[in-house]
Design a protein around this ligand. Structure first.
Ligand code: FES
Ligand SMILES: [Fe+2]
Length: 389
């Protein structure tokens, strides 16, 4: 169950250097490259001429990327601007000599790509107030999990596992029972604020919280980047010591997901504390990875079927997540993976529709990925549910 019309993280900005970079997302091949101004672009990597991978090509100082096979050059809009073997290489270029180009922006040290044809309808990017702020220290990490996109979010959003998997006690009386909390929807996701009463923590951060405390946590889910944002009190009440993390997921395909971690702390700001900070976060990440990669089925069902067995308050965040997924489906943004599997089997390569297809649907070499049709009635019901919280 994968969706177009979402801003996804293609990679860290630092990974995109002078050479083109191949990125697989939504089961399709894309290429990122920088022009002479340093601006990042994202194109479908499959050359419209004979299907070579543009990611094996070269960047040129006329702000184009040249195909590795016959040297056709494509600009950041995906337009072919030169065919070296032609009598007049820069003139008379056929209309169909173009590939799909996707809106791209760099923010928070990440390259964001909008994979879809309706950027105006997108859930807006969130803010990352800690980024670039002197009061915060940042550590980052990335990995690819052999797990479905949604499973990578369940191991983020699920509350009970915090104690069972990570050993993070939520409350003294019953360490795995979440505190009372309400979920509120926003323009690009939902959030909740939790109050818990965990026992003092161990390890090198132990001196920050020395006795039973009332600990506040804020959790947000954002559709852009399929991001979980957590802001967790680390110290005693009033200390203001916080671990803030962003856990982002980009679907490589139906069964593999690239995860990105961007974590901040506003205490122990010395660089030599970075390793401990990252290790503490990664301990949880690897525990989640083990759960996620062993999960069945490898692909989530085509339709949202959750919840099977719902147990009161612990499932609230996951229910909210599924409600959001239902709304994306209702808007006609879910890829029809069975139809796409069949097309792939037949060698009929399909691309994610880019914004240019919206205004100019004709004259493209490749067709677009089939989609589950929109369901306006369901979209309406979803909007009503969200309004009533
Ligand atoms: S395959 Fe790309 S230019 Fe021929
Ligand atoms: Fe987890």
């Amino acid at each position: 169950m994968l969706f177009k019309n979402v801003w996804y993280v293609a990679d860290f900005s630092a990974s995109l250097t002078a050479d083109p970079l191949k990125v697989r997302m939504l089961g399709r091949d894309f290429v990122l490259f920088r022009d002479t101004q340093g601006r990042a672009h994202c194109l479908s990597s499959v050359c419209c001429h004979r299907g070579a991978s543009l990611a094996q090509g070269k960047c040129h100082d006329d702000d184009t990327l040249a195909c590795p096979f016959h040297g056709w050059r494509f600009n950041g809009e995906g337009q072919c601007t030169m065919i070296p073997s032609a009598a007049t290489p820069r003139e008379g270029i056929p209309k169909r000599a173009r590939v799909d180009a996707y809106p791209t922006q760099e923010k928070f040290g990440l390259v964001w790509v909008f994979l879809g044809d309706e950027p105006a309808a997108a859930h807006p990017l969130f803010d990352m107030p800690e980024f670039g702020n002197d009061g915060w220290r940042m550590v980052t990490f990335t990995d690819t999990w052999k797990a479905n996109l949604h499973v990578t979010k369940w191991v983020d959003l699920d509350q009970v596992h915090l104690h069972i998997v990570h050993g993070i006690a939520l409350n003294e009386e019953n360490p795995s029972r979440p505190s009372e909390h309400q979920v509120s929807f926003t323009t690009n996701g939902f959030y909740t604020d939790l109050v818990s009463h965990p026992p003092p923590r161990g390890g090198s951060w132990a001196k920050l919280r020395t006795e039973r405390a009332t600990v506040k946590s804020h959790l947000s889910f954002y559709v852009p980047g399929f991001t979980l944002y957590g802001r967790i009190d680390i110290g005693m009440p009033g200390s203001g010591f916080v671990n803030a993390f962003y856990s982002l997921s980009t679907p490589v395909d139906e069964e593999n997901t690239r995860i990105f971690l961007v974590a901040f702390r506003n205490f122990m700001l010395e660089a030599d504390k970075d390793k401990d900070h990252l290790d503490r976060n990664l301990r949880n990440v690897y525990q989640d990875k083990a759960i996620a990669e062993a999960h069945q089925p490898k692909r989530t069902p085509d339709r949202v079927q959750f919840p099977d067995i719902a147990i009161d308050r612990e499932d609230r965040l996951l229910r909210s997540y599924w409600e959001l997924m239902r709304s994306l489906r209702a808007r006609g943004w879910q890829l029809d993976r069975l139809a796409l599997d069949e097309l792939d089997r037949r060698g009929d390569y399909r691309v994610i529709a880019s914004p240019a297809r919206h205004t100019d649907p004709d004259g493209w070499v490749y067709g677009t990925v089939p989609m589950i049709p929109a369901d306006p009635a369901a979209a309406q019901a979803g909007a009503g549910a969200r309004a009533s919280g």
